[in-house]
Design a protein around this ligand. Structure first.
Ligand code: SF4
Ligand code: SF4
Length: 99
């Protein structure tokens, strides 16, 4: 699932620089995530970094966009072609494998 920012967002901006894919931008009312760029941090982190830093816990899985680990991994490789060959799936780079 892509991650979604709910209307509870207080526009603190803390999440924006934490996203490995630059998927987060300031929207009209709240910060927003581009689902085409969100990999749930697969390829980089074992947990969604926006959710980790959000002070009001408003970064949540979007149930409307279910995606497999493999789909998200391929997206990460596509977004970062320079790192595609060295990118790995492990408990440190995929929330699907993290404890
Ligand atoms: S889950 Fe990760 S990739 Fe998706 S928006 Fe949040 S920080 Fe970016
Ligand atoms: S960290 Fe949370 S509250 Fe702050 S801008 Fe991001 S989504 Fe909104």
């Amino acid at each position: 699932m892509a991650t979604l920012i709910t209307e509870e967002c207080i526009n603190c901006g803390v999440c924006e620089p934490e996203c490995p894919n630059e998927a987060i931008t300031e929207g009209e009312e709240t910060f927003v995530i581009n689902p085409a760029l969100c990999t749930e941090c697969v390829g980089f982190h074992g947990k969604e970094q926006c959710a980790e830093v959000c002070p009001v816990d408003c970064c949540v899985p979007d149930p409307q966009i279910p995606e497999s680990e493999q789909d998200l991994f391929v997206r990460a490789q596509t977004i970062h072609p320079d790192q595609a060959d060295t990118m790995e799936l492990s408990d440190e780079t995929s929330r699907f494998r993290a404890a």
